[in-house]
Design a protein around this ligand. Structure first.
Ligand code: 5GP
Ligand code: MN
Length: 340
């Protein structure tokens, strides 16, 4: 953050604060928001975390999760009031206001000081203070850095440490992605020193399946995975009907796309899911295959070089066809990338 002194000054008195994050928050989005909230509450601020939508049940152990206001589940009026009256609004783990849908319109209009903390590409220019680093593996890493800049590392409680650890662990794919820097390991060492129980967090996030979710995974692997071998691409397609068959709950398909990327020789993987109001796409790649460019060009999306997403308002079938055409039109991007 460039103007840290001005930020320090702004936050030195008790403030009405709103923290918000992207739709369908993952462990980094929710973990960094709740960690920041706990830290700011302990400093004497009034803080509310507003999520545009609900989040996976495997995150409902994080300290403060029960106080999260869910915008699209009856939280519209209260959110509008909190956002309009806030002194400061923190936007975590997203870089453009359209990622928080209708809540973004309220944030845009608000008179509060806005603080963007994020690690995605191409941030929109709407914030008064920006802590933005695309090299950061997770927004949780940046929240840790913010607390360090404010010379408050000793204020990190075990609960805060576990929320931050969850964000870093999941956004690095359990310390496997190329974003896993030495700084990540140093920060995680700091979190463990502050009381994070890493085996418990891992168990809560990864070993918290219900049987339906496992069966949906099995079904998707057996029946809904297509490999386009010649171009090193593999992708899942899941229709609304498929999801209903397994009593789909938010988060049940999280991580599924990684199975497609784990196939030997695959350079790009995707999952195409028919949701209630749109078709959602997630992309993953290995090495020098920038899927954020494809997500942006074809599906109004974005993200990181190796992990991106987008959406389509066309039918499920039309979206799958568009995806296949995209793959064939860009096949030179995926071949010969594995051994590069
Ligand atoms: P996931 O596939 O896990 O939903 O998302 C992977 C990455 O792509 C995340 O960093 C996420 O922020 C980004 N992403 C996913 N969906 C969208 C989208 O619709 N628009 C944009 N701009 N980014 C997205
Ligand atoms: Mn993140």
């Amino acid at each position: 953050m460039q103007n840290i002194e001005a930020f320090r000054e702004a936050i030195s008195r008790p403030q009405q604060i709103v923290i918000t994050t992207h739709i369908k928050p993952d462990a980094d989005a929710l973990g960094s928001s709740l960690a920041l909230a706990s830290y700011l509450i302990a400093k004497g601020h009034q803080v509310t975390v507003i999520s545009p939508t609900n989040y996976p049940a495997f995150l409902n152990w994080m300290q403060g999760h029960e106080d999260v206001l869910i915008f699209n589940e009856g939280g519209e009026a209260e959110s509008a009031e909190l956002v309009a009256n806030a002194d400061m609004i923190f936007c975590l783990d997203f870089s453009s206001l359209n990622r928080i849908q209708d809540l973004g319109v309220l944030v845009q209009k608000a008179t509060a000081l806005k603080v963007l903390i994020d690690h995605h590409l191409d941030p929109e220019d709407f914030a008064d203070f920006t802590l933005w680093d695309t090299k950061a593996a997770a927004t949780a890493e940046l929240v840790y850095e913010l607390i360090r800049m404010l010379k408050d590392l000793d204020q990190i409680t075990p609960d805060i440490a576990e929320c931050l650890y969850a964000g870093i662990m999941t956004d690095t794919g359990s310390f496997k992605h190329s974003s896993t820097s030495s700084r990540v390991h140093r920060i995680v060492a700091g979190l463990i020193d502050r009381g994070a129980n890493v085996s418990m967090v891992s168990k809560l996030i990864y070993d918290n399946n219900n049987l339906n979710r496992l069966k949906l995974t099995g079904f998707a692997l057996a029946e809904r995975l297509t490999v386009i071998k010649d171009v090193n691409v593999a992708f899942f397609t899941l229709s609304k009907e498929d999801l209903n068959k397994f009593n789909y709950q938010t988060g049940d398909t999280e991580g599924l796309v990684n199975y497609a990327l784990s196939i030997k020789g695959i350079a790009m993987a995707a999952i195409i899911i028919e949701r209630e109001d749109q078709v959602k796409l997630s992309f993953r790649s290995f090495g020098d295959v920038p899927v954020n460019d494809l997500a942006k060009e074809y599906f109004n999306g974005g993200g990181h070089k190796n992990a991106a997403g987008g959406a389509s308002k066309e039918s499920f079938e039309a979206t799958v066809s568009k995806f296949k055409k995209m793959v064939l039109d860009h096949q030179d991007r995926f071949v010969d990338k594995i051994n590069a």
